[in-house]
Write a protein that binds this ligand. Structure first.
Ligand code: ADP
Ligand code: ADP
Length: 227
């Protein structure tokens, strides 16, 4: 069965409907791209799947459990342990080094210091960042910072990585490299990836893509829907 699923979820911001009975189902280890025009509801869908927002109606299921009705504490725990996040900006602590940023979620999860830094460094190396371990992330380029963010998401060995425009602030060549590293490492780890993107090349490295239009999810290959 699916690893994560939205069943007819709706959500509004005040009177603005952002999702209208949107449904999507993602298999274990699948790399899914969510595309669609700006304002169509992609981010809202991703946030509902990730348990950051609660839908007004409909259901979200993760690993056979109802996610949207979990108690806040349980949902936070699930997010911390089973979900990884890569956003466009702002997820790193710029004053801390690359190694500190990657070790941080482990330290917060009470992994001992030496072990946390050992795992952090091994992930930095996998993302070709070993030499930058002691640099503050505020001094890194956009592409380097996104690779640190990916290392930080993967270090917790999440079941799912949620990525919202992870290459949106990068030039296309850097973006492609960042996406290749994200997808390649996720595949090696057997992690599922759900990535919101405007970039057709990012979507091309996914296993499947869906398109969000006016708050609904459509299959881009369905008859009558142009790509
Ligand atoms: P996308 O990610 O496809 O750009 P969003 O999910 O961000 O779409 O937004 C869907 C709709 O909801 C848009 O009309 C947007 O303006 C609106 N919206 C998103 N976030 C908010 C918010 N915090 N407050 C009010 N309206 C919002
Ligand atoms: P994205 O397309 O990645 O959602 P946006 O620039 O649309 O990026 O949104 C950035 C932030 O602004 C998000 O937190 C979103 O919820 C919020 N936002 C988007 N649209 C609106 C809106 N119409 N009113 C208030 N907040 C909004």
């Amino acid at each position: 069965g699916p690893l994560i699923e939205a069943r007819a979820i709706s959500r509004s911001y005040g009177r603005t409907p952002a999702l209208r009975e949107a449904s999507v189902s993602v298999r274990p280890k699948e790399i899914l791209a969510i595309m669609g025009p700006s304002g169509s509801g992609k981010s809202t869908l991703l946030h509902c799947l990730a348990g950051i927002f609660t839908p007004d109606a409909g259901e979200v299921w993760f690993d056979g459990r109802r996610l949207d009705t979990l108690k806040d504490a349980e949902r936070s725990e699930l997010r911390r342990t089973a979900f990884g996040f890569v956003f466009q900006f702002g997820q790193l602590v710029p004053e801390l080094t690359a190694a500190d940023n990657v070790a941080l979620p482990l330290l917060l999860g009470r992994v001992r210091r030496r072990q946390a830094y050992r795992r952090a460094l091994s992930w930095l190396e996998r993302l070709e960042l070993g030499e930058l371990r002691d640099r503050r992330t505020g001094e890194l380029s956009g592409g380097q910072a996104q690779r640190v963010a990916i290392a930080r998401a993967l270090v917790m060995e999440p079941k799912i990585i949620f990525a919202d425009e992870p290459t949106g602030a990068l030039d296309s060549l850097t973006g492609e490299k960042v996406m290749d590293l994200l997808v390649g490492q996720a595949r090696q780890e057997g992690a599922t990836v759900i990535v919101v993107t405007h970039d057709a090349r990012v979507a091309a490295s996914a296993d499947r893509e869906v398109v969000v239009r006016d708050g609904r999810v459509t299959d881009p290959y369905a008859i009558g829907v142009s790509r």
